[in-house]
Design a protein around this ligand. Structure first.
Ligand SMILES: [Zn+2]
Length: 384
């Protein structure tokens, strides 16, 4: 495939505005690229209408390496802050602009093209390669959850997620996340007669005042990720100045580490809620949205070291083995029956989720070469 064709594939992907929806258009486009190769097994796995995951498997008997990327992007935000059409895929010099150029349509295109070139060139593979293209990563990894539940990760011997770490970084461990919400329900009354009401804000504040110290007891320190983070980031309540508030709520974001499994936190939060709810009039309800486990990892795992070595060879610059503060699809895939190493390594710039997001075309093309070298080397490594 010519470099020009590789750039056009990325431009086409950016021109599909798959902002937390419409991933089926991306899946159909990618599936179409495999149409000339009947030996590729192409499956669409629905999450919701218009939101299909895509699984493409090539190669033969032997271990399976997963290559994964998400098809959704975040919204462009204030478009007046952009100097390029967020869904244009404009090229200026070595930079290709657009929402998803970095996070992560360049990575998605690169892993797809690596597979297409194996097919085009008839590269013999001592195993199989599986593209796992997901929906809804940015808002909760539910595409990866769907694929994992359906067994698509059960045969994996390794997983490379092409998230925009930059090719000079191999991410082997990542924080988990717990977003939770507490709703306090009281009873409104005139503020001149507070005894006839139940103040939902007062009750919510009991939770607020207790939860900080409770979470601060987690002093476990991860050597790479640091300690557990807990922040109440949203709070609201009350109806008007002269009414006892009947409703109040808060939302908090937690970033967990492998030393503290999410279940430990759930038990503590639920225990605190149950204790407070024993008081007369207190009615607190706790819910979570798309929590993810932290990804433990070994910096010396063979796949981590192999990715580092190949990236250094291709890019002629040092690559570092690091941890990530953000959750990724790997947290879902690791729930599969197989026991494997999941890494993040992909082309990217520091403009992800920002205006004028771009990718360096040089790095994008290098990423394709990195994946094309990594796949056969991974099979050789496993099979001696
Ligand atoms: Zn991403």
């Amino acid at each position: 495939m010519t470099p020009q064709k590789k750039i056009e594939i990325l431009q086409h992907l950016i021109q599909i505005p798959s902002v937390n929806d419409h991933e089926t258009e991306v899946a159909d486009y990618l599936a179409g690229l495999f149409a000339p190769y009947p030996q590729a097994q192409v499956e669409k796995v629905p999450y919701a209408p218009g939101r299909d995951n895509l699984v493409v498997t090539i190669g033969g008997a032997g271990p399976q390496l997963g290559l994964s990327g998400h098809m959704d992007v975040v919204a462009p935000g204030d478009t007046s802050a952009w100097h390029h059409d967020p869904f244009g895929g404009e090229v200026v010099g070595d930079q290709l602009f657009g929402r998803g150029a970095s996070d992560m349509k360049s990575g998605l295109a690169a892993i797809t093209i690596a597979m297409l070139e194996f097919l085009e060139q008839g590269t013999p593979l001592k195993g199989s390669v599986r593209l796992l293209a997901t929906v809804g990563e940015e808002t909760g990894e539910y595409g990866a959850a769907t694929l994992t539940d359906a067994g698509y990760a059960d045969q994996l011997a390794g997983l490379v997620i092409a998230e925009p770490s930059g090719l000079n970084q191999v991410v082997y461990t990542a924080r988990g996340v717990i977003d939770y919400k507490v709703v306090s329900t009281g009873k409104s009354s005139h503020s001149a007669e507070p005894e006839k009401g139940i103040n939902a804000i007062d009750n919510l504040m009991q939770f607020y005042n207790a939860v900080g110290p409770l979470m601060a007891k987690h002093t476990e320190e991860d050597p790479v990720l640091g300690h557990l983070l807990h922040n109440v980031d949203l709070i609201s309540g009350g109806e008007q100045i002269n009414s006892i508030p009947a409703h109040a709520e808060l939302m908090a974001n937690m970033r967990t580490i492998p030393a503290t499994p999410n279940q430990v936190i759930y038990d503590e939060l639920e225990g605190l809620i149950a204790k407070l709810n024993q008081q007369d009039g207190v009615d607190l309800k706790l819910t979570y949205s798309y929590p993810e486990e932290a990804i433990p990892g070994d910096p010396n795992a063979p796949l981590v070291q192999l990715a580092k070595q190949i990236s250094e060879e291709v890019c002629q610059q040092p690559a570092h083995v690091v941890g990530s503060g953000g959750a990724n699809d790997g947290a879902e895939f690791l729930r599969a029956k197989a026991d494997f190493t999941s890494i993040e390594m992909g082309p990217g710039s520091d403009t992800s989720h920002q205006a004028d997001e771009y990718i360096s075309i040089t790095e994008y093309l290098q990423a394709i070469t990195v994946y094309e070298k990594l796949v056969p080397a991974f099979f050789d490594q496993l099979q001696g």
